[in-house]
Design a protein around this ligand. Structure first.
Ligand code: KIV
Length: 265
């Protein structure tokens, strides 16, 4: 079976078919997510927090990302696998190429994700020119949590919103194939989605994007502590993990998730 391709994602955007993503960190969960119809498995560096128990994503190493990516690829057949470039693994175009090569050659990822706007545009252009599919990430950037002063909604002021929109356009022009928008007001997410040709995936960004992503452990209600307000515990009602994943995919496809209470103004 061949995996979901970039052209299929592009077609989904054009045909307004919503794209369902979840994070995955190991082969067993990857198998369940794949069978339930999740389009993209994101090996997120959120694994630092939900798997390793770290206070942030910053300690995650490239070796660890390669290790988890390989497991997720072994456990799945149909979904596209995107792997996060971890903190400080893409400080230059040459380092980014080396890191992306490891995620793709050793891990088996089909795309890599990196955080940032104007400051990473040249890196995105270089990756793209060398045949590396790139997912950009704007809004709340967890790798910059100490600079941002916490996990806060981004893009609320006119100036910040304009910067995010300009960054999104610049990343697309540099060759980004996908964009994740995290924790931004729903109106801004809709504007960015309408302005771009590439699919835009939201998390805490309202229902107006081309697709949704959640941290797997949050949507199963197994993350220790408080669940983010934009997430939902799908396991509670569904009763089994496969049924919870299927319910999430169906809710995303129908546009029922996120609901009005699961976003920001
Ligand atoms: O690391 C991660 O899981 C992510 C998602 C929250 C988008 O980047």
């Amino acid at each position: 079976m061949s995996r979901i391709s970039l052209s299929r994602l592009q077609q989904m955007k054009q045909q307004r078919e919503r794209i369902a993503l979840l994070t995955a960190y190991d082969a067993s969960f990857a198998h369940i997510l794949d069978a339930a119809g999740v389009d993209i498995l994101l090996v997120g560096d959120s694994l630092g927090m939900v798997v390793q128990g770290q206070p942030s994503t910053l300690p995650v190493s490239l070796d660890e990302m390669v290790y988890h990516t390989a497991m997720v690829c072994r456990g799945s057949q149909r979904a596209m696998v995107i792997s996060d470039l971890p903190f400080m693994s893409y400080t230059s175009a040459e380092q980014a190429l080396h890191s992306a090569a490891r995620l793709m050659k050793e891990g088996g990822a089909q795309m890599v994700k990196l955080e940032g706007g104007a400051e990473v545009v040249e890196i995105v252009a270089r990756l793209s020119s060398m045949g590396v599919p790139v997912c950009a990430h704007l809004g709340l950037l967890p790798q910059s949590v100490h600079k941002l002063g916490g996990y806060k909604v981004q893009g609320r002021s006119e100036v910040d919103a304009a910067r995010i929109l300009a960054d999104a356009r610049a990343l697309q022009a540099a060759g980004a194939d996908l964009l994740v928008l995290e924790c931004v007001p729903r109106g801004l997410a809709k504007r960015v989605t309408e302005a771009l040709q590439i699919p835009v995936i939201g998390i805490g960004a309202g229902a107006g994007t081309d697709g949704q992503v959640l941290v797997l452990y949050d949507m199963l209600g197994i993350t220790p502590g408080k669940r983010p307000s934009f997430s939902q515990d799908f396991l509670q009602q569904a009763g089994s993990i496969p049924a919870a994943i299927e319910a999430y995919v169906a809710a995303v496809r129908r546009g029922d998730f996120p609901g009005p209470e699961q976003g920001f103004d």
